[in-house]
Ligand binder design. Structure first.
Ligand code: DX5
Ligand code: ZN
Length: 218
């Protein structure tokens, strides 16, 4: 499978969200990455259900919703109703991750689990077979435009091995600081989906930048 591109609307122009979504509909993007932050799990706040529902009204591509919130299990149904297609929760934010993953799937969404840079991949060992997606954070979550952490490559390799040894169907997504400096190397290492915020929306030609990420042509 060719790798997927999931531009993060966190770096888009929120005063023109409708046109940003329409732009993504027409682009080579595969998914739309939606970052939800609660100011508790991460030191930043973004948006919630009303905004996601508005995005969904215009989006023609799956919403790849990344929850950076504590106790995400409290809101799974609301995220489904707002339009999430893929729902990713943080390992560090869930007391009963296995149950939360089952609930996400039973609501008809794809289930993802994310780990922050200091969380070892091996902690996913007992849940990996249940997952549709593993999201490796390549920056500390909370903000767009941060510097990519090089240790990520090692974690991708470990995730690949874990997936292989358990026959899991999970795909690997990477989020944070993705750019021309690392995209090809990440795909080479086995990444299936690249999230990119700043690199896309701060480019002179965001549409071309998405194409560049898709074709790994820089
Ligand atoms: C960070 C978010 C990311 C962010 C990525 O906490 O989860 O999705 O938007 O932005 P860039 O690509 O600019 O690092
Ligand atoms: Zn994200």
């Amino acid at each position: 499978m060719k790798h997927l591109i999931s531009p993060s609307i966190l770096s888009s122009d929120f005063t023109n969200l409708e046109s940003e979504i329409k732009f993504l509909n027409e682009s080579k993007a595969d998914w739309i990455h939606v970052d939800v932050m609660d100011g508790v799990f991460v030191p930043n706040l973004t948006f919630g259900f009303p905004v996601i529902s508005q995005i969904k009204k215009h989006a023609k591509k799956p919403l790849d919703v990344h929850l950076m919130i504590v106790e995400p299990e409290r809101y799974l149904k609301e995220f489904k109703n707002a339009g999430a297609d893929i729902l990713t929760v943080h390992y560090e934010a869930c007391n009963h991750l296995h149950r939360t993953v089952q609930e996400i799937k039973s609501l008809g969404m794809k289930a993802g689990v994310s780990i922050v840079p200091h969380t070892p991949v091996k902690l996913l060992e007992d849940v990996i077979e249940e997952l549709d997606l593993v999201l490796i954070m390549s920056v500390n979550p909370g903000f767009g435009g941060q510097k990519f952490i090089e240790n990520t490559y090692k974690k991708i390799k470990q995730t690949k091995e874990l997936i292989k040894s358990t026959n899991s169907k999970a795909i690997i997504e990477v989020d944070g600081g993705v750019s021309e400096n690392n995209a090809a190397k990440l795909v080479d290492a086995g990444v299936d989906a690249l999230v990119a915020g700043n690199f896309v929306f701060n480019a002179e030609n965001p549409g071309r930048q998405i194409e560049n990420l898709k074709e790994l042509r820089f």
